[in-house]
Design a protein around this ligand. Structure first.
Ligand SMILES: C[S@@+](CC[C@H](N)C(=O)[O-])C[C@H]1O[C@@H](n2cnc3c(N)ncnc32)[C@H](O)[C@@H]1O
Length: 307
């Protein structure tokens, strides 16, 4: 069998710099995966420092760091606050989230995340969750399916794709799905569009946007004053959510202004302009190409940001 790495972290240096690590601080990596970001954090902590690595996929547990300062938490970051409370942590100095799936998900062909190979339509990051891609493609009505494909896959042919899927039901495997959608894709764009179909279904199966909204709101409750929020996104909707949240302090992105027209926000945005991988990094790690990094610092007292 081909030897694969679990993951290669994107924007590693820039995101760790964004955390502005205090050696004795407490940090949480809510998307532990292969532990690339976590290892870099741990190497900057002293004996008093602490790191929690969270992942909803139990496969990541095999990569846990053998270090007394490290705790692995199996769970969804939508419940970050409860997890930290469970581990007796009242506040953290930094949160890092490197969203989406790991290389492992694409490389483990049996989990249904990729159109390479033929596997049951699964796509769950958390294998104890009950809702699978099979439930989605066989259970959603045509309009809802089209919406998922359009919103999360940015597929112009979303309506035609949804209609073809509904007509061909029931579908059981990724191969069944590919056979139905392939004739509707432009041959020159086939691979790209198949990836977008799979991405869209995966985002819906795992409730990724909702989990992100919950994580962002809870960051305000669990970060210590001066703490940093570091988020790497791979999809325009995620990035917009993070950008608006860091500007306004709420997931709706509603900006409240004071008498002078200055925005009331709990954040100081550290990355004025979004950070993306260099050409060099994309060449070394092509899967990093859509990564976008944003960093914000929780202001000690609710303050104002000039916009
Ligand atoms: C892009 S990978 C992170 C890779 C990691 N930074 C590294 O260096 O190896 C994303 C990871 O986050 C996990 N994940 C995604 N959404 C999650 C959620 N809502 N809660 C917990 N873990 C999640 C996935 O299972 C995956 O392992």
């Amino acid at each position: 069998m081909e030897q694969t790495v679990y993951h290669i972290p994107a924007l590693l240096e820039q995101s760790i710099e964004g955390l502005d690590i205090k050696p004795g601080g407490t940090y949480v990596d809510v998307t532990f995966g292969g532990g690339g970001h976590s290892r870099a954090i741990l190497s900057r902590l002293n004996a008093a420092g602490r790191l929690v690595g969270m992942d909803q996929d139990m496969d990541a547990w095999a990569n846990r760091l053998q270090d007394d300062r490290f705790t692995f938490a199996h769970g969804n970051f939508a419940f970050l606050k409860n997890f930290l409370r469970y581990y007796g942590i009242s506040g953290v100095d930094g949160i890092i989230a490197d969203l989406g799936v790991s290389f492992h998900h694409f490389d483990a062909l049996d989990r249904g995340f990729t159109f390479r190979g033929d596997a049951p339509l699964d796509m769950r990051m958390n294998r104890s969750a009950s809702f699978t891609a099979k439930d989605l493609v066989n259970g959603y009505d045509e309009q809802r399916l089209a919406q998922v494909l359009y919103l999360y896959g940015e597929l112009k042919a979303s309506r035609r794709l949804a209609s073809a899927i509904v007509k061909a039901r029931p579908l059981a495997t990724t191969g069944d799905l590919v056979n139905v959608v392939r004739p509707l894709l432009k041959p020159a764009q086939e691979k790209k569009e198949l990836s977008m179909v799979f991405q869209a279904l995966r985002i819906e199966v795992n409730g990724e946007l909702n989990a992100l909204r919950k994580l962002l709101s809870q960051s305000l409750e669990v970060l210590n004053p001066g703490g940093r929020l570091v988020v790497i996104t791979y999809h325009s909707l995620e990035d917009r959510l993070v950008k608006n949240f860091m500007r306004s302090g709420n997931v709706e992105g509603k900006q409240e202004k004071d008498f002078y027209g200055r925005v009331n926000t709990p954040w100081r945005v550290v990355t004025g302009k979004v950070i993306v991988p260099s050409d060099d990094e994309v060449e070394r790690n092509p899967r990093s190409r859509s990564a976008k990094l944003r960093v914000a610092e929780l202001i000690a007292q609710q303050g104002r940001a000039d916009q």
